[in-house]
Write a protein that binds this ligand. Structure first.
Ligand code: UD1
Ligand code: CA
Length: 466
């Protein structure tokens, strides 16, 4: 069952400290823009773990600087966008969303630059907020820069911003994460009454806490399991820190499932990595998009795999780059292999060092072990492609297809000038430039005849004069 609620994601801040042309919330963490992650979290929350979000839920994004770019990057039918211009504080930001709020359901406030909050944490917070306000807080050894949670006899009284806080208040280590849930009708009223008579001249969302207390509400709080769930990004250094945390969380989950990682600290998943049993991954591999590794796959050091499927028992040797490719079972790829988009390898295929394959199907048991380019080709089963073989697929205008039938043997240094077909069982002599189809089961070779000039002498060096 889904949660009927408003989720407002504040994302109007400029992010000056990133020193970037890219709006801050579009900077990626683990391959996904920060704001995209927050939107995903919101979607999973309102969907209550089930598929699809309920009609009652609303996800509203308050954008400012670079708004059009942000919107273009993340636009989706379930999102509502409002602009805050100029930016006069978090309370002012939320005021912009008021016309879109469904009054009968609670409102959750998230930040677009706080990308790693767990859905379970938010579920816990929402559960606390029945008929009242609930604030997600965290206790930090160094609370500097944050709003402090001021309590009296254990009860939350108000939140004071660092710059408005007294010496005693600054010593408080329980801080405001900014994430809160509020009853919407009351929230709208409180927002209307916000004033900006504070150190920053801003409309503070945090002032609604004291307003709720004044109305007799008992403000609830809860804390995340890990402090990094509420860490925000203001600089590249903080972005890099959260990146490592996100990677460590992914690595730990894979280790837990039984995947071998040579070093969980030298491993990056920028998307989704799905592993079967007894998968082993050496150091410094990068996985992008959706990568599926079946049982017993071994990935050597320094490989980059992006939108790839690898069949059971295959080995990807070090320094290989695989992009949009399907690798069958029991294959050997690399070291130093490159599989480009549209490559589909059947089982037991070997693609060796400095071999590039693009938009080609390669049949079972075929091998291209050294220094070759196979592009726009259909290669049958048990084909041997010798070192230095090149499919000349491009005439400068159009791409053409090469077909190599089952059991063909392509000698080293062959150029297959496409469109061209090598028949079943054909042998192509080394050094051939094949411009017409080669018939099955025969030797085809194009090569200047080898001659030896009898009595030839190497020229002697002319002695220098003087
Ligand atoms: C705010 C809280 C503070 C809390 C801290 C946690 C207020 C007044 N203070 O601090 O108690 O400890 O977050 O990080 O709420 N934003 C807008 N429009 C604005 C201002 C901010 O959309 O006009 C967005 C930012 O993009 C960001 C979030 O709100 O995502 C928080 O803004 P930021 O300036 O980082 O937080 P503080 O105001 O310093
Ligand atoms: Ca601020």
């Amino acid at each position: 069952m889904g949660l009927p609620m408003n989720v407002v994601i504040l994302a109007a801040g400029q992010g000056k400290r990133m020193h970037s042309a890219l709006p801050k919330v579009l900077h990626p963490v683990a391959g996904q823009p920060m704001l995209g992650r927050v939107i995903e979290t919101a979607r999973r929350l309102v969907a209550g773990g089930s598929a699809g979000s309920p009609d009652a839920a609303r996800i509203i994004i308050v954008h400012g600087h670079g708004g059009e770019q942000v919107r273009a990057a993340l636009e989706a039918p379930d999102l509502h966008w409002v602009e805050q211009n100029p930016q006069r504080g978090t309370g002012h930001a939320l005021q912009q969303a008021v016309p879109l709020l469904e009054l009968a359901q609670p409102t959750l406030v998230l930040y677009g630059d706080v990308p790693l909050t767990r859905v379970e944490t938010l579920q816990g917070l929402v559960a606390q907020a029945v008929g009242t306000l609930a604030v997600l807080t965290v206790t930090l050894a160094d609370p500097r820069g944050y709003g402090r949670i001021v309590r009296e006899a254990g009860r939350v009284k108000r939140i004071v911003e660092e710059r408005d806080a007294s010496q005693a208040e600054r010593a408080i280590t329980e801080v405001n994460t900014g994430i809160l849930v509020a009853p919407t009708a009351s929230l709208v009223r409180w927002l209307r009454d916000l004033r900006n008579d504070n150190a920053q001249g801003e409309y503070y969302l945090t002032d609604v806490i004291a307003m709720a207390v004044a109305e007799g509400l008992v403000v609830a709080t809860c804390q995340p399991r890990d402090a990094w769930e509420t860490a925000g990004v203001n600089s590249r250094a903080q972005l890099a820190e959260l990146e490592r945390i996100a990677q460590r969380v992914t690595a730990d989950a894979l280790l837990e499932q039984g995947v071998t990682l040579a070093d969980p600290a030298r491993f990056d998943v920028r998307g989704e990595l799905v592993c079967g049993r007894d998968v082993s991954i050496d150091v410094n591999c990068v996985f992008e998009g959706v990568v599926r590794l079946a049982d017993n796959v071994v990935v050597g050091a320094h490989c980059v795999l992006r939108n790839v499927q690898v069949g059971a028992g295959s080995r990807i040797e070090p320094f290989s780059h695989l992009d949009d490719a399907v690798v069958g079972e029991a294959c050997r790829i690399g070291p130093y292999a490159r599989l480009r988009p549209g490559t589909v390898l059947d089982r037991d295929v070997h693609v060796g060092n400095f071999v590039e394959v693009k938009a080609s199907r390669v049949g079972a048991g075929s091998k291209a072990n050294h220094l070759a380019y196979v592009g726009d080709s259909i290669v049958g089963a048990r084909v041997n492609i010798g070192a230095g073989t090149i499919t000349c697929n491009y005439d400068g205008v159009n791409k053409h297809r090469t077909v190599i039938e089952d059991d063909a043997f392509i000698g080293s240094d062959t150029q297959l000038v496409a469109p061209v077909r090598v028949g079943r069982g054909a042998t192509i002599g080394a050094g051939t430039t094949l411009t017409r189809d080669a018939p099955p089961d025969q030797l085809t070779v194009s090569r200047a005849r080898q001659t030896t000039i009898p009595g030839w002498k190497r020229p002697a060096k002319t002695p220098k004069k003087g």
